[in-house]
Design a protein around this ligand. Structure first.
Ligand code: GRF
Length: 193
């Protein structure tokens, strides 16, 4: 049976698109079962519809800051959809340990830095400010430590003298779109072993 993937987004969803396209092209032996956004304005929701992937909004605002209820609703949806693997793709909400424990070693995330460097936000500016000559992206297992789980794969880009956070983010994003499908594919192959 092909593993069923849920892709969680909060914004544009370009990584979601690259995952769905790789699945549809049979480059990943999986089913793109559902795209879930925690933000109603996420452009990725419309893009998921364009790709004919089922999508759902679980609007975090409706939970008025109650993370437990938000995560309960998320968990129920994932169970109902028989999800095997969760891919966070620009999902900007930090999940609690209690939720992560329920999906132990089954949640992946893509992060725009060469972990363990620059966990958290503003990764590109921090790499430039540190005069780093290279940056990149990482896919890792999600644990309760923010951006701290085992790194499964990375891709590198050079930081040029004239790079800004914006230009660097564009370069890194191109690599993200290659890295996430590659890592998800290997992750699934290893599940069978
Ligand atoms: C990506 O840079 C990802 O690494 C980070 O958020 C961004 C999401 O971009 N976590 P998109 O929504 O996939 O276009």
């Amino acid at each position: 049976m092909k593993p069923r993937i849920a892709i969680l987004i909060s914004g544009g969803g370009s990584n979601m698109i690259s995952l769905v396209k790789s699945i549809n092209a049979n480059k990943i032996n999986a089913v793109a079962a559902i795209v879930i956004s925690n933000c109603k304005d996420a452009n990725g929701l419309k893009r998921a519809k364009d790709l004919s992937v089922p999508s759902k909004l679980i609007d975090q605002k409706k939970f008025e800051g109650n993370q437990e209820f938000f995560e309960e609703s998320l968990h129920e949806t994932l169970k109902k959809e028989n999800i095997d693997i969760i891919c966070l793709a620009g999902f900007m909400k930090i999940l609690t340990k209690s939720f992560i424990d329920k999906w132990n070693n089954r949640i992946l995330n893509i992060h725009p830095s060469l972990l363990p460097k620059y966990k958290g936000l503003n990764t590109h500016q921090r790499a430039i400010d540190a005069s780093d000559y290279k940056s990149g992206c990482s896919v890792h297992i999600v644990t309760a430590e923010l951006d701290g789980g085992m790194v499964l794969g990375q891709k590198f880009v050079n930081i040029d003298k004239n790079d800004t956070a914006q230009s660097l983010s564009k370069k890194v994003l191109i690599e993200e779109h290659k890295l996430y499908p590659e890592v998800l594919n290997k992750f699934i192959q290893n599940l069978d072993k």
